[in-house]
Each structure stands twice: as C-alpha cells, then as structure tokens.
Design a protein around this ligand. Structure first.
Ligand SMILES: C[S@@+](CC[C@H](N)C(=O)[O-])C[C@H]1O[C@@H](n2cnc3c(N)ncnc32)[C@H](O)[C@@H]1O
Length: 301
C-alpha cells in the first residue's frame, strides 16, 4: 500500500486503529497504558511539562484513559481526554469514576485532526504513541497548536522510523501497530515547527519500545499456547499475522530502523513566529534529569 493510497483511506485507518485498540486482545497484549514506557513515561512527560493543579491538559488519542487518569492523580491537574473510539471513551469514563477522579478527568469522542475545542482552551496537550497513527499529521499538529493557549506546552511520545520497513510491515496491520505511519524524529519535529511550535526537549527512548516488543512477543506465545491447549477460537485474532508483525518489529527495533522518542514543545507566548531552520534551534528550556536507558538531545540538525 503506498503512502498516497493510505492517505486517501484516512477514515478507514482511523476506524481500524480505534477498533484494534479497543479490542480485549490489544489490552491483553499491551496492558493499561497502550504505549512503550507505560505510566512511568507518562509521568516523566508530565514532569517535563511542569503540570500542576492549575493546568488544564488535553490528552489526544487517550485510549482507555490510563495516562490521563495517572496525570490527574499525580499532578492534580484537570485532564480532558479524547479518542476516536467510542468504546475506549466509555471505558475511560467508567475508570475515572471508579478512581474517584471524575471531578478532574473527563473523556469524549473526537478526531485528533479536527478537535471540537475553542482556540487557546488548554495549558498543555499530551499525545502518547498516537501521532504515528494519524493519516494527516500536519493537520493534527495544527490542531494541537490551535487549542493551546499562548505559552502552552505540548508533550508527545511517539514511534520513530528511519528506514524502509520490511515487506508486510508497510500495510494496515503495520499502521495499526504504530509502525507503518511512523515518521522520522526529524520529520515529526518539522511537522510541529511548521504548525508554529518551538521544540524544547527531545529524548530517545528506544529501550522502552524494545522492552514493549519483547513483552508483546512473550504474551503472544502464551496466549497462542493457551488457546491451543484449551481448543478456544478467538474471533478476529490472527496469531500468524500478529507473530509476523511482532517478529519483524523486533528486528527493526534492533537494527535501529524503529525507535521511540519523547518530544516537548511550546506554543510561543506572542503570536506564532516560525522557528528558525532546524539546525539553528535554541537551547532546551525544560531540562530535567535523565531516565535510565534514555538519551536526550537538543533538536537534531
Ligand atoms: C497506541 S494507542 C495509544 C493510546 C493512549 N495514548 C495510550 O498511550 O495509552 C493509539 C490510540 O489512538 C487512537 N486514535 C487513532 N486515530 C485517532 C484519531 N484520528 N483521533 C483520535 N484518536 C485516534 C486509537 O483509538 C488509540 O486509542
């Protein structure tokens, strides 16, 4: 499938992606936080954004809401979460009520490329492991920019891809697995800069992706074994395809074609002046300590 034909199938990709992540199957394989690094990486993002009780945060593509709920609990901020999947939104609202955090956290269905909020409504936008799944990334970046107040901050973590993928990963299954639609770290920054953001901090978090892929492969083997032993049929589950995608992903992560990164950016206080070209980027205003296994770098040149 070419990038052009994928782009023309934007609605199909969004629906397939939402359907995949709302399945019990995805939640079994990935756990409560549907991204590499889990809630510790979400919390790290929250610290870098300097969230506090005064912050109103938008979590774009929030999945089942674990990250949004964690941010509210940990930093006392208000969080609005949006996702394309109705089922995940219902699940997230149930979980917020169960956690006693409904006062702080609310979820509603929305498309990241067309957010139903007024300009300047939020202090911070968070988007974890989802930018890679959006067919129109520049549109989503412009929406993040629009809904942030001047001086507001964006915290993203996302899959990065630096090489051609092996056959089979560049298809819909690869897109849903956050691989086929992933861009290089430089391209992600370019999308953000073109939307008007200035990049603060970039951290390479490849170890988190490697660990997630290892866990998913282990859980896949266990699940396949159990279904065989108990002679259970799981409708809609294609073990062969899942194994192939997981195997090829592991190879791509090992050889450095796929990675994971955390990016912090800001909306300028006054207007939205374009950032100078990438190589002239300024110093990081949001430095924090290193996470074991991570590496950070200022904006790439
Ligand atoms: C890998 S999951 C990440 C979920 C969550 N951010 C987390 O880290 O737990 C990707 C999520 O993106 C959502 N998604 C995909 N396309 C979307 C879109 N255009 N607008 C809103 N959500 C979208 C999917 O429904 C899915 O929940």
């Amino acid at each position: 499938m070419t990038a052009g034909s994928l782009f023309g199938q934007g609605a199909v990709i969004k629906s397939c992606c939402a359907a995949a992540y709302e399945s019990d199957w995805a939640q079994l394989l990935l756990g409560e936080a549907l991204h590499p690094g889990g809630l510790p990486l979400t919390e790290r993002l929250g610290r870098q954004l300097r969230l506090g009780p005064e912050s109103h945060v938008l979590d774009v593509a929030c999945g089942q809401g674990a990250g949004a709920i964690h941010l509210a609990r940990r930093f006392g901020c208000r969080v609005t979460g949006v996702d394309y999947s109705m089922r995940l939104i219902a699940q997230a609202n149930r979980e917020a009520a169960r956690s006693g955090l409904s006062e702080l956290v609310a979820f509603q269905r929305a498309d990241a490329e067309s957010l139903p909020f007024a300009r300047g409504r939020f202090d911070a936008v968070v988007c974890e492991c989802a930018f890679c799944t959006f067919p129109d990334k520049p549109a989503a970046a412009r929406e993040f920019m629009r809904v942030l107040r001047p001086g507001g901050v964006l915290g993203m973590s996302d899959t990065t891809r630096d090489a051609q993928l092996p056959d089979g990963l560049d298809e819909l299954a690869g897109w849903i697995a956050c691989i086929a639609g992933a861009h290089s770290l430089d391209q992600i920054q370019t999308d953000l800069v073109q939307a008007g953001f200035s990049i603060g901090r970039v951290e390479v978090q490849n170890a988190a992706l490697e660990q997630l892929v290892t866990e998913v492969r282990r859980k896949l083997i266990r699940a396949e074994l159990v279904t065989k032993l108990q002679d259970i049929q799981l409708p809609g589950v294609d073990f062969k395809l899942a194994r192939r995608v997981a195997h090829q992903t592991a190879i791509a992560v090992r050889d450095g074609s796929l990675g994971y990164a955390l990016i912090v950016a800001a909306k300028p206080e006054h207007g939205a002046p374009r950032q100078p070209p990438l190589r002239q980027a300024g110093r990081d205003p949001l430095q924090v300590g290193e996470m074991p296994g991570s590496s950070s770098r200022p904006r790439s040149s």
